[in-house]
Write a protein that binds this ligand. Structure first.
Ligand SMILES: CC(C)(COP(=O)(O)OP(=O)(O)OC[C@H]1O[C@@H](n2cnc3c(N)ncnc32)[C@H](O)[C@@H]1OP(=O)(O)O)[C@@H](O)C(=O)NCCC(=O)NCCSC(=O)C(=O)O
Length: 580
């Protein structure tokens, strides 16, 4: 509805006044009607006024410095809330910047809607050279789950409803909503406009698994002498935390969390096999995947990682096409994770046999060995720091503040932090996801602070931070409780590579030596700290988490620390320094 200040009035033939609305307000009303009250975006033609009006109407509008970061923010907002995160961009270049995040959301199965202004259809279709001309709908289509264009104000309600339903139902993903500039100004009768809006009922309906499939899965699980459960980020997304915990504990089966599923049950849980990863993948005989895909992160379910022992896979996923995508799935269970896990728990009955004691013992021994081997390395107070000394401090801080959100990206910084920092609560670790992408850091941090109200600790490689670093201004502008720690070892993987040609340029993996990223934060009124020892790092992070002030800590890491194997993972926390 129009505000008093912006009411548009028209005079009918008999001089009676008729209340009108327009495209701007219909879009705002449609979003609000469906509980979408936050927009992440970058203003500009033709959506600047839209952002202003949305803010005036009570939507939280967060302006970023680059659309890709706003898009990543929207994507992770979708993961954290199960509602589509909304990103708003300008035409062509802004749209393209946001598109990377939309594709990322689709790949990661996060619900997100990219709303983009676009130039005039008539001119675009005749390719007459409009301002920022591009057939955005056609470009977006292959990169998202669904794409819609709304041409008439009376269709806005349906367009927004379809976008929401497409984003969250079934396997969630990214949706593109194309709004040509002319649509915003289209005027229509306010009553008719209101009636044209659609409140989406039951946007992501429960998908109950077939009873036969549940029985089959339980029969296979029961047959295992060395069973394993793998939890993926789909399990974290489902917000079926209690059901999942019950399943794991009732079954007595060791579980391996993928990185964004860490904390669904604490990493310190006696059944957690995170620190016995190689052993459980190689030696297990029955593997139940819950919201995890057999993609590159699980070596496609075959090869050396999985050892020679024959395996039977059970898979729980909402998407039937996921089954048999890499190896044979002997017991597919198709449905939403909450419904599937509840059905499995019910089917287990009251006299479920926990796995043989020797399997449990093997897993526990391996885990305890790995944890014990790593422990002394986390205690050093070296200067410059190594990864273990610095991460040892952060591990303790997260243990003491288990509800903080940990954002993590980088190569070595990612691979080592994943293993070293234990998580205790669901959906507290957000990271590079399915693509192993660089650049999510500041967008994720901003959305995590906005959506959860919790303190955020972003642990960033110096290279990874560079992709979204300008958003520290956004963090300061909105006074968000985000503490960014940059593991600064002067380069990508490490800062000591040399130019083999002997020429004047530094090696492609090397950055400015001894850079002071903390000064960036100070430039915008935040707190900047240069930390050269684990003790200094600990003090600075604790101060930031206590104060909630935007803080950036330049953690000075030995430039020779780090390994190139970080680029594909498989970096053992115990061996990184030996590999350099
Ligand atoms: C799929 C993977 C989890 C597999 O990695 P692995 O190294 O095999 O496993 P992990 O990291 O989980 O564990 C390594 C070892 O540490 C052990 N481990 C795990 N946790 C612990 C704790 N808490 N204590 C002690 N030991 C531990 C674990 O059992 C393994 O030992 P053992 O059991 O003894 O083997 C990883 O490859 C991954 O997530 N990769 C994503 C990488 C990524 O996205 N990179 C961004 C691209 S960077 C980029 O763009 C670029 O560089 O270019």
């Amino acid at each position: 509805m129009l505000t008093a200040a912006s009411k548009l009035e028209a005079t009918t033939a008999n001089d009676a006044e008729q209340e009108l609305t327009d495209g701007f307000h219909l879009i705002i009303d449609a979003l609000k009607l469906n509980g979408l009250n936050t927009i992440y975006g970058v203003p500009g033609i033709p959506i600047t006024d839209f952002g202003r009006m949305a803010q005036a109407e009570g939507i939280r509008v967060l302006s970023f410095r680059h659309e890709q970061n706003a898009g990543y923010a929207a994507s992770i907002a979708g993961f954290l809330t199960k509602k589509p995160g909304v990103c708003l961009t300008v035409s062509a270049p802004g749209f393209l910047n946001g598109l990377t995040a939309l594709a990322h959301a689709t790949t990661n199965c996060f619900p997100m809607i990219l709303i983009s202004g676009s130039s005039e259809r008539e001119i675009v279709d005749l390719q007459q050279g409009d301002y920022e001309e591009m057939d955005q709908l056609a470009v977006a289509k292959p990169l998202c789950k669904a794409a819609f264009r709304v041409l008439h104000a009376q269709d806005i309600g349906i367009g927004v409803a379809r976008a929401i339903r497409a984003a969250v139902s079934g396997r969630p993903g990214g949706v593109y909503l194309d709004l040509p500039a002319k649509l915003f100004g289209q005027v229509m009768n306010a009553d008719a406009g209101k009636k044209s809006l659609v409140k989406v009922i039951d946007a992501a309906p429960a998908q109950i698994p077939a009873p036969d499939s549940v029985k089959r899965a339980l029969d296979v699980l029961k047959s295992g002498k060395k069973p394993l459960i793998i939890l993926g980020k789909g399990a974290a997304y489902a917000q079926a935390d209690d059901e999942i915990r019950t399943l794991i504990e009732k079954s007595g089966i060791p579980f391996l969390p993928m990185s964004m599923a860490k904390g669904l049950l604490p990493d310190t849980h006696p059944q957690c096999a995170g620190a016995a990863r190689s052993t459980v993948l190689k030696d297990s005989d029955v593997v139940m995947l819950i919201g995890a895909r057999l993609n590159w992160l699980l070596s496609h379910g075959k090869g050396k990682t999985w050892g020679d022992a024959p395996k039977k896979f059970i898979q729980i996923d909402i998407e039937p096409k996921e089954m048999d995508s890499n190896v044979e799935i002997v017991a597919p269970v198709v449905g939403d994770i909450g419904s599937c896990v509840s059905a499995l728990v019910q089917g287990m009955g009251s006299n479920w046999q926990t796995p043989p004691a020797d399997w449990i013992k093997t897993v526990q021994t391996k885990r305890d060995d790995n944890v014990a081997k790593m422990a002394p390395r986390l205690m050093n107070n070296n200067s410059p720091m190594d990864y273990h000394g610095a991460l040892g401090v952060l591990r303790t801080i997260i243990k003491e503040r288990p509800d903080a959100i940990l954002v993590n990206e980088g190569a070595n910084t990612l691979d080592l932090a994943r293993g070293i920092i234990d998580m205790y609560q669901p959906r507290k670790r957000i990271d590079v996801g399915t693509w192993g992408i660089m650049g999510i850091g500041m967008g994720y941090s901003i959305a995590a602070a906005i959506e959860t109200g919790k303190p955020v600790l972003a642990v960033e490689g110096d290279s990874a931070f560079g992709f979204s670093g300008m958003e520290v201004e956004t963090i300061c502008r909105y006074k968000l409780p985000v503490c960014v720690v940059i593991f600064n070892n002067d380069g990508i993987y490490r800062g000591t590579d040399v130019n083999p040609s002997g020429g004047p340029d530094v090696a492609p993996t090397v950055f400015v030596k001894s850079a002071r990223y903390d000064k960036m934060m100070e430039a915008f009124g935040g707190v900047g700290v240069n930390a050269t020892t684990p003790d200094e790092l600990k003090r600075a992070v604790n101060a930031a988490m206590d104060s909630g002030k935007p803080t950036l800590i330049n953690a000075v890491i030995d430039p020779a620390a780090g390994s190139e194997s970080g680029r594909i993972g498989n970096l053992n926390p115990q061996s990184v320094l030996k590999k350099k």
